[in-house]
Design a binder for this molecule. Structure first.
Ligand SMILES: NC(=O)c1ccc[n+]([C@@H]2O[C@H](COP(=O)([O-])OP(=O)(O)OC[C@H]3O[C@@H](n4cnc5c(N)ncnc54)[C@H](OP(=O)(O)O)[C@@H]3O)[C@@H](O)[C@H]2O)c1
Length: 301
């Protein structure tokens, strides 16, 4: 945060995970924080922790009218929002598109895309009128790098990425800054529990034997971006745990009987010829018909 100013920070999805850590990070810094989410009890806990610097506000970002009324009705001294953290979001399911639940898709679109738009549109005119402000949007590495089962979730985060860049063009000359934070695998939040519909064992398995990013790591990145001098815009921050990296493209191989390189007669149906000499050495993801259980858990982020 720019030195010497007490800023007002509006955080969506502050009832858990990144949002709660971001609200805490700014409140600890002396900022006024409007902490919003659908569940009010965790917000009340935040308010008890930090006193009058936190304004807890029940808000479903999918409800455009409710968002407009909430922003228009912000009481003094919270009424001038300096930083909007569009964090509320979720992944639902990890099924391939052909088996995914369309209601899950709709909820992700309504929350991750439409909800983010509602909050941005409600807060932005005030920022432009004051000649300053900062929009922080929570994207994901899933918006840049595909993985099986990320179909609509990844697409919503690609939307967040591109919307953030487009906003920078629209806001040219206004003094309003825009940053997209794009984390990889992060643990200690409710993300995977929500994705797997409350199945805690499956959610826990996602982070087994590895060290994911934490909500505090994300809060630190957000705080750092906001703390830059007013003339500096951090466009995008992409961060991942060291334990997560990139893997080769998956290759679908179709064995052809009698084709070049085929080994026949072993009684096992024959070996699959590598398409490229190096393929024999590469641990590429081979196609086979996955049983249902192999869909979970993957590497969601
Ligand atoms: N964890 C990861 O690996 C990861 C990685 C990259 C990006 N992200 C993104 O980071 C953001 C936060 O994720 P997280 O890991 O902190 O998950 P989380 O612990 O599940 O937190 C999600 C927050 O969003 C809120 N929310 C969901 N639907 C909402 C709605 N309709 N209206 C208002 N608030 C709503 C939830 O609050 P209520 O349920 O109380 O409304 C909750 O506070 C999400 O946008 C997520 O896509 C997460």
């Amino acid at each position: 945060m720019t030195a010497g100013q007490q800023q007002t920070v509006f955080v969506t999805g502050a009832s858990s995970g990144f949002g709660a850590a971001i609200a805490r990070r700014f409140a600890a810094d002396g900022a006024l924080v409007i902490a919003t989410a659908r569940r009010t009890e965790p917000l009340a806990t935040l308010a008890r922790e930090f006193g009058p610097n936190i304004l807890p506000l029940a808000l479903d970002v999918r409800d455009r009218t409710a968002v407009e009324q909430a922003v228009a009705g912000l009481p003094t001294p919270f009424s001038h929002v300096d930083v909007l953290v569009n964090n509320a979001g979720l992944a639902r399911g990890l099924q391939p598109a052909q088996r995914a639940d369309p209601d899950h898709w709709q909820q992700m679109l309504d929350t991750n895309c439409a909800g983010l738009l509602h909050c941005t549109r409600a807060v932005l005119p005030g920022m432009v009128a004051r000649g300053r402000g900062h929009l922080i949007n929570l994207g994901s590495t899933a918006g840049s790098y595909p993985y099986p089962g990320a179909n609509v979730y990844g697409a919503t985060k690609a939307f967040v990425h591109q919307f953030s860049l487009n906003l920078r063009s629209d806001l040219h000359g206004t003094g309003v800054r825009v940053t997209c934070i794009e984390p990889g695998m992060s643990g200690g939040t409710e993300f995977s529990t929500v994705r797997f519909d409350g199945d805690e064992a499956t959610a826990r398995a996602v982070y087994a034997d590895m060290q994911p990013l934490t909500a505090d790591n994300i809060a630190a990145a957000v705080h750092w971006a906001v703390s830059q001098p007013a003339h500096v815009n951090i466009n995008t921050i992409e961060l991942m745990p060291v334990a997560q990296s990139f893997a080769p493209f998956q290759i679908h191989r179709t064995p052809t009987r009698g084709g070049p390189g085929e080994v026949v007669g072993s009684g096992t149906g024959g070996a699959v010829p590598p398409a490229h000499p190096s393929a024999a050495r590469l641990p590429g993801r081979q196609h086979r018909q996955p049983p249902e259980s192999e869909d979970l858990p993957a590497s969601p982020h």
